[in-house]
Design a protein around this ligand. Structure first.
Ligand code: PBG
Length: 323
């Protein structure tokens, strides 16, 4: 083996040859588009830090979902922004809450679109933390009861998958138990298993109006330097009954996606988060990178690392490019 017999450039010479030997292919049904539901009618409020993404009222979300479905996109994940927030995140597990009503409307209009719901409390608490705050910290075990109630009410409304993103210990087991007790044995859990306390969530907190009013999320989300710990988090979630495991964010954590892929045969999701999306847009707006190429390259790298599906704000433009 070696030069001049081997010339790696031979198979790169033309696009048809490159296509023939391409190892990773993206498809629209790899993508899950995050959507932000707000109260009102005809509301389509652009999120300043996330070009092309909007807070949408239910009627607008339904229209969006019809388009998403026609593009062949795999599904949507819903985040709710309630009108009223309180200490107990009541809106999160209200059967008539914003997410519950949105799910019902989508499933009525586009029944075959996969609807995932994010199960968390941070959009619903007055302080923006992901659970009940006791002595300046989020109380794990009481928060579990809220998460379980939310997951059941989402599934009852018709959610195809529930996705807990809070990083409380034991939440997958608590949710699985509650779903099963409610007869919802078929509802899968997509667990945000390895979710890091990341600076890349910045724009999302504008979109979901969920920035913590004090402190940060480092007492529950993972510390970015840790990789082995991510494997423990995933193992626990699998033991507790997770059907799909997620790594979040994606690009700064491709090593974690790869480690998870090598260790587990369950489907793996990766979340290309708001900051990953917005920085590509910002650089493109400055003329520093090409938006479409950077978008496709970033998504390809996340799939190449080993993910089966990608939660991404690029779902629509990427699906259009692939179409
Ligand atoms: C809720 C949640 C967050 C994201 C998804 N679910 C925010 C956070 O943990 O602060 C971030 C998604 C993104 O940045 O796109 N806990």
């Amino acid at each position: 083996m070696g030069f001049p017999i081997n010339r790696m450039r031979r198979l790169r010479a033309t696009e048809p040859l490159r296509r023939l030997v391409r190892e990773t292919q993206l498809a629209p049904d790899d993508f899950i588009l995050p959507l932000f539901a707000v109260e009102g009618e005809g509301v389509r409020r652009e999120i300043k830090s996330m070009p092309g993404n909007y807070q949408l009222s239910i009627d607008e979300i339904v229209k969006e979902c019809e388009e998403v479905h026609s593009l062949g996109i795999g599904g949507v994940i819903l985040f709710g922004i309630p009108e009223h927030k309180d200490e107990k995140a009541s809106g999160a597990y209200d059967d008539n809450g914003i997410v519950q009503r949105t799910v019902r409307a989508i499933k009525r209009a586009v029944p075959s679109l996969v609807v995932v719901t994010d199960v968390c409390n941070c959009e619903y608490t007055s302080h923006g933390h992901c659970g009940l705050v006791v002595d300046d910290d989020v109380d794990n075990d009481i928060t579990l009861t809220w998460l379980a109630k939310s997951a059941v009410s989402h599934a009852r409304a018709g959610a195809d998958i529930v996705a807990p993103s809070d990083m409380m210990d034991g939440r997958v087991a608590a949710i699985r138990d509650a779903l099963d007790d409610a007869g919802l044995t078929k509802t899968p859990i997509m667990s945000y298993a390895a979710k890091y306390a990341s600076s890349f969530y910045g724009p999302f907190r504008d979109a979901a109006e969920s920035a913590p009013q004090f402190g940060d999320r480092r007492s529950y989300q993972m510390d970015p330097p840790n990789a082995r710990e991510a494997m423990l988090e995933i193992e626990l979630d699998v033991e507790e009954g997770a059907d799909i495991i997620m790594v979040k964010p994606a690009m700064p954590y491709l090593d974690i996606i790869r480690m998870a892929r090598d260790a587990w045969d369950l489907p793996i999701a990766a979340y290309q988060v708001s900051g990953e999306f917005s920085m590509i847009h910002a650089a493109a707006r400055n003329g520093w990178i090409d938006l479409d190429r950077a978008m496709m390259e970033s998504l390809t790298s996340i799939k190449r690392a080993g993910s089966d599906m990608i939660l991404t704000y690029f779902a629509k433009p990427a699906a259009r490019m692939l179409g």
